[in-house]
Design a protein around this ligand. Structure first.
Ligand code: URP
Ligand code: ZN
Ligand code: ZN
Length: 465
């Protein structure tokens, strides 16, 4: 059914105007100051957006849904993750395909794609992790880019022996990415330093979750960013540092940018609103807050917000990685923090957290908010202007947002398949009231009302030459 959204304040990364929006089929077909309902299809649903903000559908450029990791699996599937995303106003997810080093890239792509196809209720694409770089892997990586519209790789400098790529292969991967015009997203932490620090701390009897951050302090992340940037400088590859957690690492990335390195920076919601004292909570409660890079000293949050406001940090994702507290984090990591599955779920909470602690707190203007949570991800990852903005011809992915609605985050209202909420009891200001994906209403009032499985794999063309 066509949709006429009347009277809303339409906010994009560049504009902020009162406009009516008409959506026919899957796209936005009219965007005008006042669209007369008599001028549109009489079967249209007319939605009153008076007093509401209208945003382009939000894009989360960093989620884990199917994730075999640290001897276990993340808890979501595409049905639950989509519902969580939609409840929070996110209409496109970019998932990391993270196979093991023994797996073939094409089989991994097919596996991850099959899990999303027919189950996802948001649109989606993938970053293809490169965890091996032999001849077969290179051949298949080329095919994944050319035949399946995947225009970004993922590399890990961390997780020694599991996901990390040695320097020789990392250099080769960056060369290949440059040749193909593919951007390389990267988890930047020095894997060998982490291994050594973990062994040292455990040998001193320091086994609790509060020792996770000291095992990989800010200099370990900064070293990873600097190292990757050096190889990018040599190869000319375009790089994107995921989940950049601290001022020091951001400064290393900005220094590389000043040298001419094509580098983009991602922040994630947990680092912007949580700090390392959460991982120090007693009775193993801190395990809920173990992620990598770790939660940092609180003072790092201000420079992250400031660089977002300056648009020097491009995007805000989540790094949604849902592991249960009772049966996974708690059970597996009781005797050693190194065995706690890393990750903090927040795909449903991201937009309200950033609205509350960013926009409402005066740290971020609305246009910068839209830029960081939608537009930049679309631009960097080859989805713009189909996604990431509101204009005639764009997909009708829209979020009607009540900026004054107060609500409380809770596990009981979370759609993610995980047994805790890292933000339990937090008071939010602002909530998505209606969410559309390609012209179909998929969520109302935080509840999924759409059809499961309507999400599409988005075809992307490499642009990062
Ligand atoms: O702690 C995290 N970040 N878990 C998910 C895997 C990753 O490094 O992104
Ligand atoms: Zn990571
Ligand atoms: Zn991640």
């Amino acid at each position: 059914m066509p949709l006429l959204i009347k009277g809303g304040r339409v906010i994009t990364a560049t504009d902020d105007d009162h406009l009516d929006i008409y959506c026919q089929g899957e796209t936005i077909t009219r965007l005008e100051a006042n669209i007369d309902p008599a001028s549109v299809d009489p079967d249209s649903e007319v939605i009153d957006a008076t007093g509401r903000l209208v945003f382009p559908g939000f894009i989360d450029p960093h989620v884990h849904i199917h994730l075999p990791f640290m001897g276990t699996h993340a808890r979501d599937d595409w049905a639950s993750a989509s519902r969580a995303a939609l409840a929070g106003g996110t209409t496109t997810l970019i998932e990391m395909i993270c196979p093991g080093p023994g797996d073939e890239p094409m089989a991994a792509f097919e596996d991850w794609h099959a899990r999303a196809a027919g189950t996802a209720s948001v649109d989606f694409t993938f970053h293809m992790a490169v965890v091996r770089f032999d001849d077969l892997a290179q051949k298949q990586l080329r095919q994944i880019v050319s035949d399946h519209g995947i225009a970004s790789f993922k590399v890990f400098l961390a997780y020694k022996g599991a996901l990390d790529l040695g320097d020789e292969d990392l250099f080769g991967c960056l060369q290949l990415a440059k040749e193909l015009g593919v951007i390389v997203t990267a988890h930047c932490e020095n894997a060998a330093a982490i291994d050594a620090m973990q062994a040292k701390l455990l040998s001193e009897g320091k086994t609790g979750p509060e020792h996770h951050e000291p095992s990989r302090p800010t200099c370990v992340e900064t070293d990873g960013v600097t190292h990757l940037a050096t190889l990018a400088q040599l190869t000319g590859a375009h790089i994107y540092c995921v989940h950049t957690s601290c001022d020091e690492a951001v400064n290393a990335a900005l220094a590389a940018r000043r040298r001419g390195v094509n580098i983009w920076i991602e922040a994630v919601a947990p680092h912007l609103v949580l700090d390392k004292t959460y991982a120090e909570l007693p009775d193993f409660e801190g395990a809920k807050y173990v992620m990598s890079p770790p939660l940092r000293d609180k003072w790092n949050q201000a420079p992250l917000w400031n660089q977002l406001r300056a648009r020097a940090i491009s995007t805000i994702g989540t790094d949604h990685a849902p592991f249960d507290f009772e049966t996974q984090k708690k059970a597996m990591g009781r005797d050693a923090f190194t065995k706690i599955p890393n990750g903090i779920p927040s795909v449903q909470e991201r937009i309200d957290l950033i609205h509350t602690f960013g926009v409402k707190a005066g740290r971020l203007g609305y246009r910068a908010f839209v830029d960081a949570c939608s537009t930049q991800a679309a631009r960097i990852f080859g989805l713009y202007p189909r996604k990431g903005t509101i204009r005639v011809g764009s997909d009708a992915d829209l979020v009607l947002y009540n900026p004054d609605k107060k609500h409380t985050l809770a596990h009981t209202t979370s759609h993610s398949n995980v047994d805790y909420n890292a933000f339990e009891g937090w008071e939010m200001t602002g909530k998505s009231e209606l969410v559309t994906v390609r012209g179909k209403v998929q969520a109302r009032g935080g509840q999924f009302v759409g059809e499961t499985g309507t999400g599409q794999l988005l075809q992307r063309t490499p642009t990062h030459f």
